[in-house]
Design a protein around this ligand. Structure first.
Ligand SMILES: *Cc1c(COP(=O)(O)O)cnc(C)c1O
Ligand code: SF4
Length: 344
């Protein structure tokens, strides 16, 4: 059984990085390395320039470049951390982060300061304190499990959390944000699927950035969840060299919907440290969104969002088509039509 690659040395032995890659070894001091066998399998070339899967997981020298505007806490989670493991920013929903480890370490990760091998997750006592916070806050309609990756917890812990939440009357929705069905699909076992089947609505949001991540094992893992009646949504990060062309983005959203995953968010790249080589401009993102509209099924359309630094939350960055002052609307092919403003 192939193992997850966890160091520059592993990457060199596996042929993913050239011999003598001292620069790459430096990136390892900043952020853990992990590439699962499933993701190595989906790489067509071991090139961070031409391969959209390799680019997400193989470290690059550019990670060592830090810009002034880049932040250790790019989306402002810290001020909203109420008790350890809980980020409560919005009125009706909060994040529960039981662990800080993942199957893979994505080189663009916006939680890279918190996430990684050796970062401590919640102890059992801390987990119970986090669950108590949820119990005593009746406005919490939805609990979003994230991390780290919540689907790499032991089935026993997963069951404990899901069942505890299921017993809280005011929690109506439990949402998982995970990369597991894509990056480590063999973890989606019958046991895990059973642990997610409770009275309360459970949604699984798959973090996936390239159609090339989805092969046969991934299709099977997604089908296991959806066949069990668990609705799935997707979130993707807009990444230069991965999905920043109309063709790549179209292939991604079509692949997701073909596998019964409703496309949800396309995140603009956060100002995480050492990730400038992945960021596009917002104008580029908007032009990609325009390329999808009309040409690709409405079910495949993501909402393009920015998480405002400082913890002010996510806002849509969608292009506008209606110009009220001119009384004009633009169609998906770029033609302008009259649409008079409504009076009174
Ligand atoms: C992104 C995020 C959520 C979820 O936002 P949705 O728009 O509901 O998907 C909730 N809480 C925090 C702190 C977040 O960063
Ligand atoms: S799976 Fe998510 S939290 Fe983990 S490294 Fe990737 S982006 Fe970061």
């Amino acid at each position: 059984m192939a193992k997850t690659l966890r160091s520059t040395k592993d990457l060199v032995s596996a042929g993913l990085v050239d011999e003598g890659a001292e620069v790459i070894a430096k990136t390892e001091e900043q952020f853990s390395i992990a590439i699962t066998p499933a993701m190595k399998q989906q790489m067509q070339q071991f090139s961070t320039v031409t391969d959209p899967v390799a680019r997400q997981f193989i470290p690059m020298a550019e990670e060592l470049v830090l810009l002034d505007e880049e932040l250790a806490d790019p989306i402002g989670d810290d001020p909203y951390t109420k008790v350890k493991g809980i980020t409560h920013r919005y009125p009706d929903r909060l994040l529960l982060k039981p662990l800080h480890t993942c199957s893979v370490y994505c080189r663009f990760c916006f939680r890279r300061e918190k996430v990684g091998q050796g970062s401590e997750g919640l102890s059992n006592t801390e987990l119970d304190a986090a669950l108590d916070y949820i119990r005593t806050h009746p406005e919490v309609w939805e609990v979003i499990l994230t991390g780290g990756d919540p689907l790499i917890m032991s089935t026993k812990r997963l069951q404990y959390i899901v069942q505890s939440l299921d017993q809280i009357e005011h929690v109506k929705v439990i949402r998982f944000h995970t990369r597991v069905p894509s990056v480590e699909p063999e973890r989606v076992t019958d046991e895990v699927v059973r642990a997610l089947k409770v009275k309360t609505a459970v949604y699984v949001v798959l973090h996936c950035n390239s159609a090339q991540e989805i092969g046969e094992p991934q299709r099977h893992a997604i089908a296991q969840l959806v066949d069990a009646g668990i609705p799935m949504l997707s979130q993707s990060v807009l990444l230069k060299g991965v999905n920043d062309t109309p063709e790549a983005l179209e292939a991604l959203v079509r692949t997701l919907v073909e596998n019964r995953v409703k496309v949800y968010y396309l995140h603009h790249g956060d100002l995480a440290q050492g990730t400038s080589h992945f960021r596009t401009t917002i104008a580029e993102g908007q032009s990609l969104i325009k390329a999808l509209r009309g040409n690709v099924s409405g079910v495949c359309q993501p909402l393009y969002v920015l998480d405002i630094p400082g913890g002010y939350g996510k806002v849509p960055l969608m292009p506008t088509y209606y110009d009220e002052a001119k009384g004009q609307v633009e169609d998906y092919q770029g033609m302008i039509h009259q649409y008079p403003p409504q009076v009174g």
